[in-house]
Design a binder for this molecule. Sequence first.
Ligand code: AMP
Ligand code: ZN
Length: 120
Amino acid sequence: MSEREMCLFCKIADKKIPCKMVYEDDSVFAIEDINPKAPVHLLVIPKRHIESLANLNQEDESIIGQLGHLLSIVSILACKRGLHDGGFRTVMNSGAGAGQSVFHLHLHLLGGRSFQWPPG
Ligand code: AMP
Ligand code: ZN
């Protein structure tokens, strides 16, 4: 079985698993987190399978560009959810030791409550 067939977020990107999709374009999609940790908890995900930031190919300009695009979508989604004034938290866990549980790079967009710093 290929990596894409085994990966949860690849399967969601390929519409093989249902989700609450809130945004989609050619390279990025965003879904509601199934187990939200804040009133707003979205996952913004590149369609291309990359395990984590630790697995970025620095020479691959196209993926670097896609991640810049991903961040611009995060800003738009935060605005649409009314989070620009009150603040929002963005988190990208890289590796099990940092709390990553789905090994397909994704960015958490959390908002609608206050957050502590430093995070746990
Ligand atoms: P992380 O622990 O940083 O890898 O984040 C993975 C996130 O994916 C967690 O917040 C989970 O709640 C979320 N998640 C797991 N399965 C699904 C699913 N089927 N649909 C939406 N979110 C999911
Ligand atoms: Zn994947």
